[in-house]
Design a protein around this ligand. Structure first.
Ligand SMILES: NC(=O)C1=CN([C@@H]2O[C@H](COP(=O)(O)OP(=O)(O)OC[C@H]3O[C@@H](n4cnc5c(N)ncnc54)[C@H](O)[C@@H]3O)[C@@H](O)[C@H]2O)C=CC1
Ligand SMILES: O=C([O-])CC(=O)C(=O)O
Length: 340
């Protein structure tokens, strides 16, 4: 049965002391986290260690993983943690993984766009996925590394080059946009943040981030002025954090929560649940772009249904139209990086 879009079922993120709430399962899902020593990687590892759906957590980075793994392994949850360091240990890290989560790569500094990270991060994602294609071709891959609008097509093309059609199993993580939309709106409108559900569609950079405020659940009325202020605030929220951190990086803590929430969805899908969530995936939802974030249904084989953009207001339709040319450019850039 499909879960409601409000399936923000992440009690482990809040009720860390409630051991009896843990789901029992005979399967032993393994999650590999690539970039595990970083600003996102460490708090994300902390949250994944507490997810009762995850039996094994494999931490990979170029440096620092033994320390992070030793630290996390002292937490009294049932998830087993293992460290892998350097390219020679990558295959062993991802082997047998049901879900691979990738926050490896450099973050922005003030004044940069996400696309400015392409030159460094495109190669990192390519090389990681090259190894996944050989060692864990069936794994679900959740890509956090920016620019997501380009790194997701890169991953799909690398898999294709290795004879693997992984289109339905590669996910751009846009959950932070959803989390932010829900946070900002619940603050503005004094709604319960835990029950406020807002889809965010498009991509994950600037104007390609499109919060669909008209589809908020439970229903809330917005003035035109509120919509015109909230939409750019959500679109520029990453930059707000980059500027506030003043050179020390971008969102890490809120991203760790968003990444853990999305990884939880994927692990539960692997175990047989039907999950509905927004993600940037290979999609035919919008004419003219091969990748787009909408709500999708995820099951054991990956994306089972693209649930589409739904009914949009005239303002939201105009936002989609404005996003398409930027998405086309950033998707093409990713594909060209692999195909030449
Ligand atoms: N999708 C989203 O909503 C968000 C995406 N991001 C992106 O996440 C990425 C990571 O951000 P942070 O964790 O803050 O950066 P960070 O610099 O703190 O950590 C990155 C980690 O990746 C590791 N790394 C670099 N190259 C690697 C390789 N080839 N193999 C394995 N590990 C490697 C580094 O050693 C480091 O530990 C950035 O690209 C950032 O833009 C950040 C926030 C939100
Ligand atoms: O803004 C950045 O560079 C990091 C990111 O993607 C976000 O926080 O949404």
């Amino acid at each position: 049965m499909a879960l409601p879009a409000s399936a923000k079922c992440v009690s482990f993120l809040i009720n860390t002391g409630v051991r009896t709430a843990a789901r029992q399962s005979s399967s032993q899902p393994k999650v590999a986290l690539l970039g595990a020593s970083g600003g996102i990687g460490q708090p994300l590892g902390l949250l994944l260690k507490q997810d009762p759906n995850i039996a094994n957590l494999a931490l990979y980075d170029l440096v620092g993983t033994p320390g992070v793994a030793a630290d996390l392994s002292h937490i009294d949850s049932n998830c087993r943690v293992k460290a892998y360091t350097g390219a020679k240990e990558l295959a062993a890290c991802v082997e047998g993984a049901d879900v691979v989560v990738i926050p490896a790569g450099v973050p922005r500094k003030p004044g940069m766009t996400r696309d400015d990270l392409f030159n460094t991060n495109a190669g990192i994602v390519r090389d990681l996925v090259e190894c996944i294609a050989k060692a864990a071709p069936k794994a679900f891959i959740a890509i956090i590394t920016n620019p997501v609008n380009s790194t997701v097509p890169i991953a799909v093309e690398v898999m294709k080059n290795n004879g693997v059609d992984a289109k339905k199993r590669i996910f751009g993580v846009t959950t932070l946009d959803v989390v932010r939309a829900q946070a900002f709106v619940s603050e503005l409108k004094s709604t319960d943040a835990a029950k406020t559900v807002i889809p965010v569609i498009g991509g994950h950079a600037g104007i390609t981030i499109i919060p669909v405020l008209s589809q908020i659940q439970p229903s809330v009325k917005f003035s035109e002025d509120e919509i015109k202020k909230l939409t750019p605030r959500i679109q520029d929220a990453g930059t707000e954090v980059v500027n506030a951190k003043a050179g020390a990086g971008s969102a890490t803590l809120s991203m760790a929560l968003a990444g853990a929430r999305f990884a939880n969805y994927l692990v539960r899908a692997v175990k047989g649940e039907k999950i509905e969530a927004c993600s940037y995936v290979a999609s035919d939802a919008v004419k003219g772009v091969e990748y787009f974030s909408t709500k999708v249904q995820i099951g054991q084989s990956g994306v089972e249904k693209i649930l589409g953009v739904g009914s949009l207001s005239p303002y939201e339709k105009a936002c989609v139209e404005a996003a398409v040319p930027q998405l086309q450019k950033e998707i093409a850039k990713g594909i060209k990086f692999i195909k030449g």
